[in-house]
Design a binder for this molecule. Structure first.
Ligand SMILES: [Zn+2]
Ligand SMILES: [Zn+2]
Length: 334
């Protein structure tokens, strides 16, 4: 009953996507509980906030540039923030290259353009000396990183979430990803390099599948370089009890989000035997397991899957006829 009530409340607002969507939260909260019962999951569940009664989804872009080589980006930030706010986003991260911010090394948050409680900014930058990494939610300026591992370490030391950006430029191998301690997020979709998506998805599955691999979360982001028409290519929907930097960052860190290039989820839950998912606007639902194996592919906006227990992990991708997609984070099975 509770689920139905929340679902009714949610209905009709998904495509608008602004202001924090209220989803079928009671249903989502069952996922971690039931999967842990059914599968005795030994790795962290994706949705683990079952103690929060009313949760919401917030839309945000984690990768936004003001202008390459712009040493005075602050003039552009209010304009860029307004693009996202007016497009129905709830949060934004400005991620200028640390190698370009030579004159203003302290400004990484840009709270001056936030408009709480409806729109917030998260602190961040894109480490660019070595491998490009978003430092999301960092509490200080970082840089001069010498390697992928050094960059990840610096982000974590600054209390941020490291995200491997455009993993195919240049290509990162699964072995290198796995060997990088503390790296648990990658861009499966980057708005500047959409053609890399298939190979980035393969990397994701390889990290999830390889012996010694681990749970890694997929992000979609614009990598917008100060162009309004490049707004809204890829984003994440973060499940959080409220729109505060602390809550959004923590739930990104824990994988409580899905990635999208245009598909919005409407319902996502499980019972003892099944995983059920429904989108607002998808036309095909694909359940994917170890090494990217298609477990089942169903025409329509939603589908049900009965795990056999041998999948290793299950993730869900929903697509439409125009090539838009949403990616859930994986469930690891026992
Ligand atoms: Zn980059
Ligand atoms: Zn970038």
């Amino acid at each position: 009953m509770r689920f139905m009530l929340l679902r009714e409340k949610f209905k009709g607002s998904a495509l608008r996507s602004g202001g924090g969507i209220i989803l079928s939260l009671a249903g989502v909260s069952l996922i971690s509980i039931l999967l842990s019962i059914i599968f005795d999951a030994h790795k962290p569940a994706v949705y683990n906030h079952s103690d929060i009664p009313d949760r919401r989804w917030f839309r945000g872009n984690t990768h936004t540039h003001t202008k390459p080589l712009d040493y005075f980006p602050s003039k552009r930030i209010p304009v860029i923030a307004s693009w996202y706010k007016n497009a129905g986003y709830d949060f934004l991260v400005i991620t200028d290259h640390n190698t370009h911010d030579s004159k203003d090394r302290n400004v990484v948050c840009h709270n001056e353009v936030a408009d709480p409680p409806d729109f917030i900014m998260l602190c961040g930058l894109e480490l660019s000396n070595s491998r490009h990494i978003t430092g999301l939610g960092i509490d200080r300026y970082i840089g001069n990183e010498k390697s992928l591992q050094d960059g990840v370490d610096q982000v974590i030391e600054a209390d941020g979430v490291p995200i491997l950006n455009h993993p195919m430029f240049p290509p990162v191998k699964a072995t290198q990803f796995i060997a990088t301690r503390g790296l648990n997020h990658l861009e499966v979709f980057n708005g500047k390099r959409p053609k890399d998506t298939r190979r980035s998805e393969m990397l994701w599955d390889s990290v999830l599948s390889s012996p010694g691999g681990r749970l890694v979360y997929a992000v979609a982001a614009d990598d917008n370089h100060h162009k309004k028409r490049k707004t809204g290519l890829g984003w994440i929907m973060v499940e959080s009890p409220s729109l505060t930097p602390e809550n959004i960052e923590n739930n990104i860190r824990k994988g409580n989000f899905y990635a999208s290039t245009g598909i919005f989820l409407k319902d996502f839950r499980t019972n003892r035997n099944e995983i059920m998912i429904e989108s607002e606007n998808g036309t095909r639902v694909t359940f994917i397991g170890r090494w990217g194996k298609v477990l089942n592919s169903v025409k329509g906006p939603g589908a049900v899957y009965k795990p056999t227990g041998n999948e290793h992990y299950i993730r869900i991708k929903i697509t439409d006829d125009d090539g838009q997609a949403a990616w859930t984070q994986p469930f690891f099975l026992n």
